[in-house]
Design a protein around this ligand. Structure first.
Ligand code: RB5
Length: 144
């Protein structure tokens, strides 16, 4: 299950991503927002982060105007590794190396065609499970 969230700057791209997920028959849960009316992106980052923390969803996609604010907010949550991607190489690498569980996108930065390829790459790339990458993730997750 993929958790989706956005602010007003990401609403239009979220609708395109929903269409893509429906075409591919990939289950998703939409945590809003629901229009281009101005809202506060940390609220939606938290909704998606919580859905991953409690096991309701396995991955998430968060979109704001730049993807920056919403990824900063998500990355404050324990166990959330949100990667802001503007290219497919990064989307592939962050799954293989960082086991990123949230993809962040900038709705005002990437066009729809590129964004959907980034989503496709992110959702279809597995974590490598290499020892060095697991060690680095443990270091990220450790309290010190
Ligand atoms: C909203 O205007 C904008 O600040 C937001 O979408 C995002 O880009 C923040 O990082």
């Amino acid at each position: 299950m993929i958790a989706l969230g956005c602010d007003h700057g990401g609403f239009e791209l979220k609708q395109e991503i929903i269409q893509y997920l429906e075409e591919k028959e990939i289950p998703y849960k939409d945590f809003g927002c629901d229009s281009t009316k101005s809202v506060d992106y940390p609220i939606y980052a938290r909704k998606v982060g919580r859905a991953i923390q409690n096991g309701e969803c396995e991955k998430g996609i968060l979109i704001c105007g730049t993807g920056i604010g919403i990824s900063i907010a998500a990355n404050k949550m324990k166990g959330i590794r949100a990667a802001l991607c503007t290219d497919c190489f990064s989307a592939e690498a962050t799954r293989q190396h960082n086991d990123a569980n949230v993809l962040a996108l900038g709705g005002r930065v990437v066009g729809t065609g590129l964004a959907l390829k980034i989503v496709d790459t992110f959702l279809n790339t597995e974590f490598s499970h290499d020892e060095r990458h697991e060690r680095r993730i443990r270091l990220i997750e450790s309290e010190e």
